[in-house]
Design a protein. Structure first.
Length: 455
């Protein structure tokens, strides 16, 4: 571990005061000079004392209010250098008789040194600020060039003045993009929408105003592709565009939607046929194998139906709220009617409005607590407490949740669920996350959903 130099803060603090200290010394010297030499014209006093007092004031401002404290060393060097340079020039001029008779060395020292130090300190501040801004711009450009997303800056005419490498690669163009109009990168079908976005950003006139959405973009070879785009107004007629090619993501999502729809439809239809014929066969023959077939078909049909319900619920954008105690009581009554062999107990001490979609997660936990419980009778406890953060806990007296399935409840990896576990625990995890909640397993027989109140 690197060692910190304890002297650095004190050294930096001394440098912060160097300009003000130089002003204080020169002000004291000016006062002493006029005290020793009697009366002087007010103009002479003002032009001698004024610069030193101004230097002192600038030093104090620089110490407390200036935004360039980190560059105090450079500004102090400018002040000392300016003072020394002007003093040397003034002494040389005095030596060759350029000031005429009556000019003393101490007068030249006080007046000219103050002027030189003040001017150099101000010049040094702005010079260093400009250099710092230039360095920041260089670092920013390097960061943008290394960014994975395409970034482009447009001027008031909506033409590209800067584009990073990712932007050029996304549009598959080897030529220069500077000076090109934004319309060259989007098909006609997207132009009207983006033109409205530009006009909306211009109408607001706020440099913090931005827009984000998905559009259809066009490569240099005229092929189109889906693009995630954000646009920010710079407030002076310019814009920043951040673009991301989401072709791979969209194609993956499309494949999943198609496979999910086809498999769910085909599995449900085929299982209904298998289940119907197996049940008719079982009515005529007393065979344990037939009962196993019926049971397996019922399980698969339940999984298919569960997947359909979860997909529908997770696809809802707007959620209703419900009183937590009513929601839990309804699910408890449902579980008692479906599993009369089990004993259900409740300990609810929470009066909060929660996302109504939470009911499916609670339902799954209650069902899981009974169906995977070999105790006689199965006992399940549903508890809830809390105000701003509400904990809903489901505990049972069964063998406990295996470690690999506890990892699934934490959303560690989809491989945590072994074959045959189904999607029940993943349903709990997905629904809880969708409701803004977290899932924890404090012990092998308890699952806790912690969620914020919707009040």
């Amino acid at each position: 571990m690197p060692q910190l130099d304890a002297s650095e803060p004190s050294e930096q603090s001394a440098l912060d005061w160097l300009v003000a200290g130089l002003g204080a010394v020169l002000t004291a010297a000016a006062v002493a000079h006029f005290g020793d030499h009697g009366h002087h014209q007010p103009v002479v006093v003002a032009t001698t004392v004024g610069p030193s007092v101004a230097l002192l004031a600038y030093g104090v401002w620089f110490r407390y209010l200036g935004r360039d404290r980190a560059r105090a060393t450079t500004v102090a060097a400018w002040a000392v250098g300016g003072a020394g340079g002007v003093l040397a020039l003034s002494l040389w001029t005095m030596f060759v008789g350029g000031y005429g008779d009556g000019t003393t060395v101490d007068h030249v020292f006080v007046q000219h040194t103050s002027v030189g130090a003040l001017g150099a300190a101000v010049a040094g501040t702005y010079s260093e600020r400009a250099r710092h801004r230039s360095r920041v711009q260089v670092r920013l450009k390097r960061a943008l060039d290394a960014a994975m997303d395409g970034v482009a800056v447009l001027d008031a005419d909506r033409r590209v003045v800067y584009a990073n490498d990712a932007f050029r690669e996304e549009y598959r163009t080897d030529g220069g993009v500077a000076g090109t109009h934004w319309r060259e990168y989007y098909p006609e079908s997207a132009e009207d929408r983006l033109r409205d976005v530009f006009e909306e950003l211009d109408a607001n006139g706020d440099s913090d105003d931005h827009w984000h959405g998905q559009v259809l973009a066009r490569r240099e070879d005229s092929r189109t592709y889906p693009q995630e785009l954000s646009m920010t107004s710079l407030g002076d007629g310019g814009y920043v565009l951040v673009a991301r090619d989401v072709t791979t993501r969209e194609e993956r999502d499309q494949r999943l939607r198609v496979l999910n729809r086809v498999l769910r439809h085909n599995v449900r239809n085929s299982l209904n046929v298998v289940l119907g014929r197996a049940e008719r066969f079982a009515e005529r023959h007393d065979d344990a194998d037939i009962e196993s077939i019926v049971s397996a078909a019922e399980d698969l049909l339940a999984v298919s139906e569960k997947a359909r319900v979860v997909e529908r619920v997770l696809g809802e954008d707007d959620a209703n709220t419900a009183p937590l105690d009513d929601l839990l009581d309804a699910e408890l009554q449902r579980a008692r009617s479906q599993h009369p062999e089990a004993v259900f107990e409740a300990a609810v001490d929470a009066n909060a409005e929660v996302d109504a979609r939470l009911r499916l997660a609670v339902r799954e936990l209650l069902t899981n607590a009974v169906e995977h419980n070999d105790s006689d009778p199965p006992r399940v406890t549903l508890a809830a407490d809390g105000d701003d953060l509400v904990d809903v806990r489901v505990s049972d007296n069964g063998p406990g949740i295996p470690e690999h399935e506890r990892r699934a409840l934490a959303g560690v990896t989809e491989e945590s669920l072994q074959h045959g576990s189904g999607i029940g625990l993943w349903t709990v995890y997905w629904l809880a996350r969708h409701c803004g909640a977290t899932v924890a397993v404090p012990d092998e027989n308890t699952v806790c959903i912690r969620l914020p109140s919707a009040d």
